[in-house]
Design a protein around this ligand. Structure first.
Ligand code: SF4
Length: 441
């Protein structure tokens, strides 16, 4: 998908903000930064390296492999930036950092302060999150908290990638937008202390440290996740493996965090095991709605489970967790990725909208992460991101479908609305009115 245009980035964002006056302009900027990637000047990197760093919590989410980050940006850039104020009066907008040297979006230092520039034009002030106290501690065996239990969403979510690889392996099986296995390899090669499997006891120890140090109780939820397990991992199937973490956490820290898992669409008996382990929110990600694209872009999931069965299991899960607590993710933008995707933005939106209608009519609320073509994934090797017009249209479509079905905001993402949302890898929470009720957990 080409992004070639004679318009400046600001022209395009402003045109779309006029076309979608009901979508907060900050949300359109956020989508553009997420799909495009962001750069940091040397001065900005120097300042950023004193704040909460990028943890590479599961995928790379960068537009360059580490080998192409010649200034060591992967070790010096922050996990997230909060955009606020500036000439456009930004309401606070939290954005995950996806690195792209040379991006039109540049964080630089002006008059001693961090600022976001778009093709040289200042748009907002940049705030960084202080390094939390728990990041300064390690487990007894020396493993860092940044690896064992990093937090994202400005500290709201503890992200527990307990298995750093995926058993969908190679071109025939891996989801074509995903770089989990390649990212594991590049991080290990770069010397980051990535662990393939984290022990349950290590996770408990890391959470103990967070619980002790996070006295303001900023962390409100945890997610247990990792790659798919098609056979066995350490003698356990997928549900048995991941449920063991939830069971142990919820027994040790009852009620401390909202409990979420991101695993495959699993059969009913497996879901009962998760529920019995104390899991409250289930994310069986369907990635893309269109049946043809699902089979091409998620070949492993299609072969082992099948798209029809996947969808049935998502729907059945509502009986176990409650519809509002089943929140399947899709990767916004891959609908248009070459060579298999839709040619026209309106067709991609129509397809995605059909999926939203299907699930939301049942009280299930899909949410999305914004696709950033990772160069180590199959789809990201030789193409840029999806046009911003798709992402702006999707924000409206998602919100309108939610509102038409009178659904609350999904639980486990913090507060909705511009100025408040902390979910950082897409702008769906930013696009909701601030008075949108959130489903109770
Ligand atoms: S199931 Fe697909 S998206 Fe998930 S980790 Fe495996 S390859 Fe990546």
């Amino acid at each position: 998908m080409s992004t070639t245009s004679t318009k400046t980035r600001l022209d395009e964002v402003d045109d779309l903000s006029r076309a979608y006056p009901d979508v907060p302009p900050e949300a359109i900027f956020k989508e553009d930064i997420l799909r495009t990637g962001i750069d940091f000047s040397e001065d900005a990197l120097r300042i950023s390296s004193g704040f909460k760093p990028k943890s590479y919590f599961i995928f790379s989410f960068d537009r360059r492999p580490i080998a192409g980050l010649e200034r060591g940006e992967h070790l010096r850039a922050p996990e997230e930036v909060a955009l606020e104020g500036g000439p456009r009066g930004f309401r606070r907008t939290v954005v995950s950092v996806r690195l792209l040297p040379g991006s039109p979006y540049l964080v630089d230092v002006r008059d001693g302060r961090l600022e976001l520039l778009v093709e040289g034009v200042p748009v907002a002030s940049v705030e960084l999150q202080d390094t939390p106290r728990y990041y300064r501690r390690t487990l007894a065996n020396g493993k860092p908290i940044t690896e064992m239990a990093p937090t994202i969403e400005w500290g709201y979510l503890v992200y527990l990638t307990v298995y750093r690889k995926c058993q969908y392996f190679g071109f025939q099986e891996e989801c074509q937008f995903c770089d989990i296995n390649e990212n594991y390899r590049q991080q290990k090669a770069a010397g980051r202390p990535y662990n393939t499997v984290k022990a349950v006891d290590e996770i408990l120890e890391a959470l103990q440290i967070i619980d002790e140090e996070d006295v303001e109780r900023r962390s409100k939820a945890y997610t247990i996740t990792g790659g798919s397990i098609t056979e066995h991992l350490r003698g356990k199937g997928e549900a048995e493996f991941y449920a063991a973490y939830a069971r142990a956490i919820n027994a040790r820290f009852p009620g401390r965090w909202i409990s979420k898992v991101v695993v495959q669409a699993l059969p009913r008996e497996d879901l009962l095991a998760f529920r019995d382990a104390g899991v409250q929110i289930y994310h069986p990600n369907y990635e893309v709605w269109d049946a043809r694209l699902f089979s091409v872009l998620c070949p492993g999931k299609d072969r082992y489970v099948g798209r029809g069965e996947w969808i049935r299991r998502v729907v059945d899960a509502a009986e176990i967790f409650g519809p509002s607590h089943v929140i399947p993710n899709f990767v916004a933008g891959i609908e248009l990725a070459r060579p298999h995707g839709f040619e026209r933005i309106e067709d991609a939106l129509a397809s995605t909208g059909e999926g939203l209608e299907f699930f939301m009519s049942k009280g299930i609320t899909p949410r999305f992460t914004t696709w950033c073509p990772e160069p180590l994934s199959v789809l990201g090797r030789d193409q840029g991101p999806t046009p911003l017009a798709y992402h702006a249209g999707l924000l409206r479509l998602w919100r309108e479908t939610l509102q038409r079905h009178k659904l609350p905001a999904p639980p486990g993402y913090g507060e909705p609305g511009p100025g408040r949302a902390v979910f950082s890898v897409s702008a769906f929470m930013d696009a909701l009115p601030v008075d949108t009720p959130v489903a109770a957990v």
